[in-house]
Design a protein around this ligand. Structure first.
Ligand code: GDP
Ligand code: MG
Length: 162
Protein backbone atom coordinates (compact mmCIF):
# COMPACT_ATOMS: atom_id res chain seq x y z
CA UNK A 1 0.00 0.00 0.00
CA UNK A 2 1.44 3.35 -1.10
CA UNK A 3 -0.96 5.60 0.74
CA UNK A 4 -4.37 6.43 2.15
CA UNK A 5 -6.84 8.78 0.48
CA UNK A 6 -9.99 10.23 2.05
CA UNK A 7 -12.98 11.68 0.25
CA UNK A 8 -14.70 14.59 2.02
CA UNK A 9 -17.50 16.98 1.12
CA UNK A 10 -21.01 18.00 2.10
CA UNK A 11 -23.87 15.53 1.55
CA UNK A 12 -25.15 14.82 -1.96
CA UNK A 13 -22.19 16.14 -3.96
CA UNK A 14 -21.34 12.65 -5.26
CA UNK A 15 -18.66 11.36 -2.87
CA UNK A 16 -19.97 7.78 -2.87
CA UNK A 17 -20.39 7.82 -6.65
CA UNK A 18 -16.73 8.84 -7.07
CA UNK A 19 -15.65 6.31 -4.40
CA UNK A 20 -17.39 3.51 -6.32
CA UNK A 21 -15.84 4.67 -9.60
CA UNK A 22 -12.34 4.62 -8.14
CA UNK A 23 -12.59 1.23 -6.45
CA UNK A 24 -14.48 -0.18 -9.42
CA UNK A 25 -17.33 -1.68 -7.40
CA UNK A 26 -20.59 -0.47 -5.96
CA UNK A 27 -19.67 -0.74 -2.31
CA UNK A 28 -20.79 2.61 -1.03
CA UNK A 29 -24.50 3.28 -1.31
CA UNK A 30 -25.36 6.25 -3.49
CA UNK A 31 -28.25 8.11 -1.95
CA UNK A 32 -30.64 10.50 -3.55
CA UNK A 33 -31.51 11.76 -0.08
CA UNK A 34 -28.70 13.35 1.93
CA UNK A 35 -27.89 11.94 5.36
CA UNK A 36 -28.99 8.35 4.79
CA UNK A 37 -26.72 5.74 6.40
CA UNK A 38 -24.24 4.22 3.95
CA UNK A 39 -22.59 0.84 4.21
CA UNK A 40 -19.00 0.52 3.04
CA UNK A 41 -16.56 3.31 3.60
CA UNK A 42 -13.25 1.54 2.92
CA UNK A 43 -11.99 0.34 -0.42
CA UNK A 44 -8.74 -0.56 -2.11
CA UNK A 45 -7.71 0.85 -5.46
CA UNK A 46 -4.76 0.79 -7.82
CA UNK A 47 -3.61 3.28 -10.45
CA UNK A 48 -0.45 2.92 -12.52
CA UNK A 49 0.75 0.09 -10.22
CA UNK A 50 0.30 2.21 -7.09
CA UNK A 51 -2.07 0.69 -4.55
CA UNK A 52 -3.89 2.82 -2.02
CA UNK A 53 -6.72 2.70 0.49
CA UNK A 54 -9.73 4.91 -0.04
CA UNK A 55 -12.09 6.18 2.69
CA UNK A 56 -15.55 7.62 1.97
CA UNK A 57 -15.84 9.81 5.07
CA UNK A 58 -19.46 10.64 4.22
CA UNK A 59 -20.30 7.16 5.42
CA UNK A 60 -18.96 7.92 8.91
CA UNK A 61 -21.88 9.35 10.78
CA UNK A 62 -22.70 10.40 14.33
CA UNK A 63 -26.07 10.20 15.99
CA UNK A 64 -27.75 13.42 17.07
CA UNK A 65 -25.06 15.72 15.75
CA UNK A 66 -25.57 18.77 13.65
CA UNK A 67 -23.99 19.16 10.22
CA UNK A 68 -20.99 21.14 11.40
CA UNK A 69 -20.06 18.67 14.15
CA UNK A 70 -20.45 15.74 11.80
CA UNK A 71 -18.46 17.25 8.96
CA UNK A 72 -15.80 18.45 11.39
CA UNK A 73 -15.32 14.87 12.60
CA UNK A 74 -15.18 13.58 9.02
CA UNK A 75 -12.55 16.16 8.09
CA UNK A 76 -10.53 15.42 11.24
CA UNK A 77 -10.50 11.73 10.35
CA UNK A 78 -9.44 12.59 6.79
CA UNK A 79 -6.64 14.87 7.98
CA UNK A 80 -5.38 12.29 10.49
CA UNK A 81 -5.62 9.14 8.42
CA UNK A 82 -4.96 10.25 4.87
CA UNK A 83 -1.96 11.19 2.78
CA UNK A 84 -4.23 12.95 0.29
CA UNK A 85 -7.77 14.32 0.56
CA UNK A 86 -10.24 14.50 -2.31
CA UNK A 87 -12.58 17.43 -1.54
CA UNK A 88 -15.74 16.96 -3.60
CA UNK A 89 -18.04 19.90 -4.46
CA UNK A 90 -20.90 20.20 -6.93
CA UNK A 91 -20.55 22.22 -10.11
CA UNK A 92 -24.35 22.23 -10.36
CA UNK A 93 -24.90 24.19 -7.14
CA UNK A 94 -21.76 26.32 -7.17
CA UNK A 95 -19.92 27.33 -3.98
CA UNK A 96 -22.10 26.93 -0.86
CA UNK A 97 -21.63 28.00 2.77
CA UNK A 98 -21.03 24.38 3.69
CA UNK A 99 -18.27 24.11 1.06
CA UNK A 100 -16.67 27.23 2.55
CA UNK A 101 -16.90 25.76 6.05
CA UNK A 102 -15.18 22.55 4.92
CA UNK A 103 -12.52 24.49 2.98
CA UNK A 104 -11.65 26.44 6.15
CA UNK A 105 -11.23 23.17 8.09
CA UNK A 106 -9.06 21.73 5.32
CA UNK A 107 -6.85 24.81 5.15
CA UNK A 108 -5.44 23.78 8.55
CA UNK A 109 -3.63 20.82 7.04
CA UNK A 110 -0.62 20.71 4.78
CA UNK A 111 -1.68 17.39 3.32
CA UNK A 112 -2.40 17.35 -0.39
CA UNK A 113 -5.94 18.48 -1.24
CA UNK A 114 -7.48 17.56 -4.59
CA UNK A 115 -10.52 19.71 -5.39
CA UNK A 116 -12.97 17.66 -7.48
CA UNK A 117 -15.83 19.68 -8.99
CA UNK A 118 -18.38 16.94 -9.65
CA UNK A 119 -21.49 16.81 -11.85
CA UNK A 120 -19.66 18.36 -14.82
CA UNK A 121 -21.43 15.91 -17.12
CA UNK A 122 -20.64 17.72 -20.36
CA UNK A 123 -18.31 20.37 -21.69
CA UNK A 124 -20.88 23.17 -21.55
CA UNK A 125 -20.66 23.00 -17.74
CA UNK A 126 -16.86 23.33 -17.66
CA UNK A 127 -16.87 27.13 -16.99
CA UNK A 128 -18.68 26.58 -13.68
CA UNK A 129 -15.54 25.06 -12.14
CA UNK A 130 -13.67 28.39 -11.95
CA UNK A 131 -15.66 29.91 -9.10
CA UNK A 132 -14.26 27.15 -6.87
CA UNK A 133 -10.85 28.86 -6.91
CA UNK A 134 -12.32 31.12 -4.23
CA UNK A 135 -12.30 28.20 -1.76
CA UNK A 136 -8.53 28.66 -1.55
CA UNK A 137 -7.64 24.98 -1.57
CA UNK A 138 -6.08 24.71 -5.03
CA UNK A 139 -7.02 24.18 -8.65
CA UNK A 140 -10.50 22.77 -9.34
CA UNK A 141 -10.64 19.60 -11.47
CA UNK A 142 -13.79 18.88 -13.51
CA UNK A 143 -15.32 15.47 -12.79
CA UNK A 144 -18.47 13.56 -13.55
CA UNK A 145 -18.75 10.62 -11.19
CA UNK A 146 -21.84 9.27 -12.86
CA UNK A 147 -20.33 9.53 -16.38
CA UNK A 148 -16.80 8.55 -15.38
CA UNK A 149 -15.26 11.79 -16.68
CA UNK A 150 -12.14 13.25 -15.04
CA UNK A 151 -11.61 10.29 -12.71
CA UNK A 152 -8.21 9.62 -14.34
CA UNK A 153 -7.15 13.20 -13.58
CA UNK A 154 -8.09 12.73 -9.91
CA UNK A 155 -6.17 9.43 -9.80
CA UNK A 156 -3.08 11.08 -11.33
CA UNK A 157 -3.17 13.77 -8.64
CA UNK A 158 -3.65 11.14 -5.94
CA UNK A 159 -0.62 9.05 -6.84
CA UNK A 160 1.55 12.16 -7.24
CA UNK A 161 0.98 12.82 -3.54
CA UNK A 162 2.56 9.53 -2.39
P1 GDP B 1 -22.73 11.76 -1.47
O1 GDP B 1 -23.82 12.08 -0.50
O2 GDP B 1 -21.75 12.89 -1.56
O3 GDP B 1 -22.07 10.44 -1.22
O4 GDP B 1 -23.40 11.71 -2.93
P2 GDP B 1 -23.89 10.43 -3.78
O5 GDP B 1 -22.73 9.75 -4.43
O6 GDP B 1 -24.79 9.59 -2.91
O7 GDP B 1 -24.72 11.16 -4.95
C1 GDP B 1 -25.77 12.07 -4.65
C2 GDP B 1 -26.64 12.28 -5.87
O8 GDP B 1 -25.88 12.92 -6.91
C3 GDP B 1 -27.15 10.98 -6.48
O9 GDP B 1 -28.45 11.21 -6.97
C4 GDP B 1 -26.19 10.72 -7.63
O10 GDP B 1 -26.74 9.94 -8.66
C5 GDP B 1 -25.91 12.15 -8.10
N1 GDP B 1 -24.60 12.27 -8.79
C6 GDP B 1 -23.40 11.79 -8.39
N2 GDP B 1 -22.44 12.09 -9.29
C7 GDP B 1 -23.04 12.78 -10.28
C8 GDP B 1 -22.57 13.38 -11.52
O11 GDP B 1 -21.40 13.32 -11.89
N3 GDP B 1 -23.50 14.03 -12.27
C9 GDP B 1 -24.82 14.11 -11.91
N4 GDP B 1 -25.63 14.76 -12.74
N5 GDP B 1 -25.30 13.56 -10.77
C10 GDP B 1 -24.43 12.91 -9.96
MG1 MG C 1 -22.27 9.05 0.23
Amino acid sequence: IHGVVAIVGRPNVGKSTIFNRIIGERKSIVEDTPGVTRDRIYGKAEWLTKEFRLIDTGGIQLEDQDFQQEIQMQVEIAIEEADAIVFVVSGREGVTRDDEYIARLLQKTNKKIILAVNKIDDESLQPSIYEFYQLGVGDPIAVSGSHGIGIGDILDEIIHSF
